[in-house]
Each structure stands twice: as C-alpha cells, then as structure tokens.
Design a protein around this ligand. Sequence first.
Ligand code: FEO
Ligand code: CA
Ligand code: CA
Ligand code: CA
Length: 657
Amino acid sequence: MTELPLPRDLPEVEDTGLSNPAPQRPIGEMIAERLSRRGALAGAAALLLPEMAAAQAPAPRAHDVGNAPDAGPSSLGFTELRHRYSQRDTVAEGHEIQTLIRWGDPLFNDSPAFDPLKQTAATQAKQFGYNCDYIAVMPPFVPGSAQGQLQADRVVMWVNHEYTNTNLMFPGLGSGAQARARITREQTEIEVMAHGGSVVEVRRQNGRWSYVKGARLNRRITGETPMRISGPAAGNARMKTAADPNGTLVHGMFNNCAGGFTPWGTVLTCEENFNFIFGGDAAETSDQAAAYRRYGIVKAPPYAWWRHLERFNLDKHPNEPNRFGWVVEIDPYDPTSTPVKRTALGRFKHEGCNHVLAKDGRVVLYSGDDERNEFIYRFVTARPWDANDRAKNKDLLDEGTLSVAVFAADGSLRWLPLVLGEGPLTAENNFHSQGDVVIEARRAATLLGATPMDRPEDIEVNPVNGKVYVVLTNNSSRTADTVNAANPRARNLHGHILELTPTGDDHAAETGRWGIFLAAGKPGVDAGTQYHRATSTDGWLSCPDNVAFDSKGRMWIATDGAPTAAGIADGLYAADTAGMGRALTKLFYQAPAGAEVCGPVLTHDDKTLFLAIQHPGEERGGTFDTPSTRWPDFSPTMPPRPSVIAIVKKDGGIIGS
Ligand code: FEO
Ligand code: CA
Ligand code: CA
Ligand code: CA
C-alpha cells in the first residue's frame, strides 16, 4: 500500500506513523565496520560497476514513443512508454492488457453478482476482495504430485487483498478521512470481508486469460477465517484473549501486502499495516503502550473499525493486536485447510516473504519490515525441506533462526540472530521466552543493533545470479545525521535497491556483501540517483516496491508513489541485472490514475505477466460518486475496481521482447 492509507488525504497522519523516529547509528554497524579489514574508505560507490558510477553524472537522452525499438544496451527490446498520468492504463506496443478478475467478481457458483449499491458482508465473502496485492502463480495440482507441473495456460492463483478505500467502496460517504469517520457498522463488516486473500483458478483459452467461477480450489480467506497460531508465540500470555484463552486461534488476517510461497506448494501471505485497524485510550494508558507505539498503534487511527467492532477496541481486548503482524501459511490445494500464523518468523509489518534454499537444503526466507527506519530479516529453517514427502514440511516453518541485518560501510553485511538469551535478549530486557522475542521483534532487533532502513519492501532472490535484491521504497524522515552507507540519502523520497551476495553463495551464511543496484529519482534533478547512463527521460522511476524476475534474471520493478503532481503515474519498469544493460530501467506499463502496481509475476515461459492494480482512483477528494477514474469498467454506474490483469504479447512471444 501507499505509505499510509490514503496519505494524500491524511498528511497529518503521515508523521505520526513513525514508530522508530530517531534511529541511532546502530552499534552493530559500528562494530562490523571496526572489525573490517578493508576499513571505511571503500564506500558503497566502489562496488558499482563502471557504467553505474558514470551514471552519477547523468546524461539522459530524449526518447519518444514510435522511435525504432532501439533497446541500446538493454536486452529488453520493447519500445518504452512515455511517462504520463491518465484515467486509463497503457502497456508497451505489441502487448495486450486483459482484465482477469475485479473486486466483487463472483468466485463460487452461488456467489451473487457484484452490485456496489447492494454489498453486504455475506456477498463480499463470496466475491473477490478489495485492493489486490501479492500474486502467486502455482501449478494446477499439488507440486511434486504426478500432475503438479507448472503450466503456461492453467494456474492456481493466490491474491492478497491488502486494505480498503472506504471512500471508493461506498456511495455518499465523501472522501478520505471523512468517509472513514462516517462508515457504518455494516460497512465496516463488509470491509473486514474485503480483506484477506483469494485462491482462484485461472486459464488461458484461445489467447485469453479468464478466471474459472466455481472452480474446485476457489476460496476466500477473509478477516473472519479461523487461523491457527503456531511457533514460539503460540500460547504466550500476550496472545491470549477473551475469545481465545489459549492464545492459539485467531480470526482472520489483515493488511496482507506481499508474500511468497514455499517449495512444497503453500502460500506465505504477510500482514503489514495492521496497526491502523486498532484504537482506544489503552493505546496510551496500557502497560503495553510502549509496545503499541513501536508498532504504530495509536488511540485514534485512520480507520474507525474499533468503534464498531469490539475486538478492535484496545480498551476491551488489549492483546488482540499482538495476534497480527505475522506471516500466514496457507495450503491453496486444500480449500478446507486451516491457515497458520507462523510466529517463528517474527512480528512486524511484513512486506513479503520470499524463499531460496541454503546449500544444505534448509529453507531461507527474506522479509522486510515496511516502515521508515525499520529492518530487514531472514529466517532459516532448522531442517531441510523434504521433496519426497509433502506432509513432512507441514510445520517446518515453526523451527529455525530469525536474524536481522547489519550493513557496514565497507560493503559487508552480517545477520544477527534474534534468539532468547543471546546478547541483550534476556529477562533484564523483559524477554522471558522466544515468544516474547518474536512478538516484539522490532525492539529485539533494535537492541541487537540492526541497521534502520529506508522502508524495506520486497526482497527477492534473482534465480539466475543468486543475488538478493532488497527494495527500499523511500524514507522522508531520513536526515543527514541518520544516513548510513546502505541508506545514503537524507530525505530519500525516491528509494533505492540493494544487491546482496551471501558469503560462499550460501543464503544461510552469517555474512555477505552488499552494494547499491540502483538509486531512484530523476537523474540530473534528484541528488544521488544511480542508473545505467543510457536510462532515458521516461525510464527513471520513483518508489520501487515489488519486483519479479523473468527466467533470464531480468528485473521487473513495480512502483508505489510516483510523483503524480509531475504528471507521472506508477508503473512497471524492466531492467537487466547483468551485462551491458545492467540497471537500465525502461517503462513498460503505466497504471491508471491513483493506482499503484503490485504483485508482478511472470508465468514460467515468460509469456504472461500478471499484475495487481491496486487502489485505482485513490486521490485526494476522490469519492465513489466522483472518482478520478472508473478503471477498468468505465461504466457510469461502477466505481473504480482494483483488479488483476494479464499482459500478453500479441504475437504470443516473450513479454518485453
Ligand atoms: Fe503494503 Fe509495503 O506496501
Ligand atoms: Ca500495496
Ligand atoms: Ca508501497
Ligand atoms: Ca507493497
């Protein structure tokens, strides 16, 4: 999502959302630096390739649509778009956009058709949810089974539904904060059901992608779906509520932003900005007030749910927020399965959770905490996964080591374990169990000296070169006094992407190296940008968020927070990660007004690209009745509808070629 719900409507909230406001230079970083043999002289710039170093003195070239598709040094042959801002979306020439599934589309044979004037919680529970985000594309049958192979024309799709735009979902409420204040209890219940995720089977027939209504695996997960709590926080005193005296069962998941999947074919979906749905005086008076504050929980949040639905009221249920902010594992192949909150992976505002295998077969998961000055985490399972026995992986994610990253100025990187009893994680600091450590992972990581980052979004491993790419979207609160080598720009409005190389190419290694892959913003205008020198006046980007890799290891970068005032929409950019075109970003897709681009993922043949187009029409003053766009239906009776789209090449070829 955007930094806060509807930030353009809520400038006053933007600054109160900062829960780690005064990042000190972390002690871990200083120690790592002192221990370094190379010393602090070799800064991040020394790690740049020669052409990227040259890019610091940018010479942008003009580039018009309709030019010969001269990709220059890029391996991506498409003619890039021009930056613009429009009610409609646009894709590079030679490609086609197909709307796959929209907010409200019926998933089951008994689902009512979508009527935005007649929504109820019950209808919404049987329809595709709001604000689609992460997309996982999986085989139509359980991976590893006889039929469980990736297919180009038939997939099981998982989609997150991150949050709700009250002003765009319901008529007559007005805009932004006004709409959220006026929402009724019934409408709140609809919003609860519009959260969560969807499993939906999708197919391509005669060149067109569509979803299969009533398919066997279709499922809605909502804010009410019962979920098991497992791992070290299960049963912890701070996880117990009146409704769940054992602290092991919770209803629903909220604000699921990005995610990942496992080698055994489950989805990992990640709770992010859950703090905005809880409120009450206890935010300031409870003995948990400091912990609430660190997670951005305030007395009067932007959403009024806590006034209508008791369980979001901190005064009545002070432990309820501790049950959110987790990674949830869901088996999409069993519609009756109970989702599981895997607490061993820590509680924070998870963006995503992507896996790679360590050399010994243990599963390594990377996850960023998307908030200004928060951290980057890694979880390594205690045991390798078993490719021959799916059931044996069932609770693999309950045991392992959660660590947090420290970036040193010499380009080295160290992972520090969040383990009870190690370093400062002791009873003296009120950590009495590993459950306490994971519930307050942010505080534990600060005590360990983790490096405060510029809002970590996606972290993904490039399947071709094995390097880890860490997307840092922006950090308006970074000051000259709090810059560090891996976050080198004060008031970083445009973000950057780091490239990590684990020691010995083993993702379970305790150390690694890091460098800057690109630093976003407008070359020649914004300070400190780093791109390939041939990046065009339309190829630069702002606020990278989620990334995907195609089978050639090229990076597809979705943005969230483009400078709309300058007439630039969010979009999807593509770049080589190696060779002469490294870090040469090109604009491939431009989102409709108000929308961000989420969930980029390609089918394994690189011939279909799925995107989740989130919050179309989310602009200051926008309402259900007078939105800035009615994408994708453009019907006078339909509000804008967050939707998943499929992009294919008209000639059936490789996307971006
Ligand atoms: Fe929901 Fe980190 O964006
Ligand atoms: Ca989002
Ligand atoms: Ca974002
Ligand atoms: Ca995101």
